[in-house]
Design a binder for this molecule. Structure first.
Ligand code: URA
Ligand code: CA
Length: 441
């Protein structure tokens, strides 16, 4: 088999066989296929697409390209969740402890931030002492003892995705449904959970900009999950504005703790509770999603979710006192208010721009080698559709250095549009995709 023939076949719009896809992944991971040939194939896939069968074969070849995690020592049905990437999207820190508080074990491997989106591992590392890089044995032990562990992916989990993602990032081939589906689902399959709940983001701050594309991506991922025997459900949720009010690592941990304490309402809480209900449902812990909602709310109100977060932080080496006293989290001392430049209704609060602004302040990376500043970020005071008066505070920036500050302010302001009329309200949740099909809300 020759890589050149595989590239030209896809370039000409033909369907690749399982053997051809398997050959590409195996030889690329082994270092026998150069990046320029892999990049050419990715671009051919980007333009010609893949059938569901090809996507499933690609996903499986990737999933088994390295080590896989065996969660069978943990009794019960293990459930995982994954977001396709958003801004102010701190649902994992809220929902994982709540689901564990309902008695369903959560064994989750998370990633770092990509581009303008945040990553759970970076957020957790803002907790003093927290070490997300637990050996597999400790990961399993913590899930058994505490009921929940969120850890970083091990070095050798899906090496095919590590190489391909880095290449996609620099060749303009990230935003493709088959490539995103195989990237996400290969990692979920390798990480070993029995049930998977996906949060597919759509909007300006997401990789999928249109609702149609987001539903198609959700369908691809659900069908691959079901094909390999993992009960998989996807919900499609809005990412036109940040989900929570905080964008930045320690700031997002603080907000998640406040949601778990019952001190905060809003979109972050709503989406977290819904994801939690679906996690209980896919794990077979309740007969209906409505019942799942009741259970999750009970875990919130009783404080059991908050206690699980504390237990997890302690088990992973962190200072669990941050839960009772969030001032122990590292936050920048300098806080700058960003004011509305005119009066009116907020008709755009672009999640992409706000994510970029936070990244410029130091909350994210511009190159893979950059260090993150956990103390910085953006706290929104307003949401889409709200009325503001000129001079009112739209957001606060937590800053530790001045060099990119003006650019961050400019990028933020470009994402905010204040109009005379309130905008059309947008749904927070667009619908659900299960093995039985699409249900639009
Ligand atoms: N998240 C991933 O893990 N992979 C993608 O391709 C996009 C988002
Ligand atoms: Ca402090």
């Amino acid at each position: 088999m020759r890589m050149l023939d595989i590239i030209t076949k896809k370039r000409d719009g033909k369907e690749l066989t399982r053997e051809e896809i398997g050959f590409f992944i195996k030889e690329y991971v082994a270092g026998h296929i150069p990046d320029y040939q892999a990049a050419a194939l990715l671009m051919a896939i980007y333009f010609q697409g893949m059938t569901s069968r090809e996507t499933a074969d690609l996903t499986l070849a990737m999933a088994y390209s390295g080590e896989t995690v065996d969660l069978s020592p943990i009794p019960g049905i293990k459930v995982d969740k994954h977001s396709t990437g958003g801004v102010g999207d701190t649902t994992t820190l809220v929902v994982a402890p709540l689901v564990a508080g309902c008695g369903v074990p959560v064994a989750k491997m998370s990633g770092r931030g990509l581009g303008h989106t945040g990553g759970t591992i970076d957020k957790l590392e803002s907790i003093p002492g927290f070490n997300p890089f637990q050996p597999i044995d400790d990961f399993i032990r913590i899930v058994k003892e505490v009921g929940v562990a969120v850890v970083g992916q091990t070095e050798n989990l899906v090496p095919a995705d590590k190489k391909l993602y880095a290449l996609r990032d620099v060749t303009g081939t990230v935003e493709h449904k088959s490539l995103i589906a195989s990237s996400v689902m290969s990692k979920k399959i390798a990480a070993g959970a029995d049930a998977i709940v996906l949060d597919v983001k759509v909007g300006s701050g997401a990789f999928m900009k249109s609702v149609e594309d987001a539903f198609e991506l959700a369908q691809e991922m659900v069908s691959v999950g079901v094909l390999v025997g993992r009960n998989t459900i996807a919900i499609v949720t809005d990412m036109n504005q940040p989900l929570g009010m905080a964008v930045g690592n320690a700031l997002e941990v603080k907000e998640a703790i406040e949601v778990l304490k019952g001190e905060r309402e809003g979109a972050l809480k709503e989406v977290s509770l819904l994801l939690g209900a679906y996690m209980l449902y896919t794990a077979g812990h309740c007969r209906t999603v409505e019942q799942g909602c009741e259970m999750i709310e009970e875990a919130l109100h009783s404080g059991r979710g908050l206690q699980k977060l504390k237990d997890m932080i302690r088990a992973e080496g962190g200072d669990e006192r941050v839960v009772d006293d969030t001032s122990l989290l590292p936050l920048a001392d300098e806080v700058i208010a960003i004011k509305a430049q005119q009066s009116g209704y907020i008709s755009s609060m672009d999640a992409y721009s706000i994510g970029q602004a936070a990244r410029l302040l130091g909350a994210g990376r511009s190159t893979k080698e950059d260090a993150i500043d956990h103390r910085v970020g953006v706290v929104l005071h307003k949401r889409l559709g709200q009325r503001v008066e000129k001079g009112e505070t739209l957001a606060e920036f937590y800053v530790t250095r001045e060099d990119n500050l003006q650019e961050a302010i400019n990028v933020f302001n470009e994402g905010i549009i204040i109009g005379d009329q309130p905008p059309q309200p947008r749904p927070l949740v667009y619908g659900v995709v299960t093995r039985d099909g699409v249900e639009r809300w």
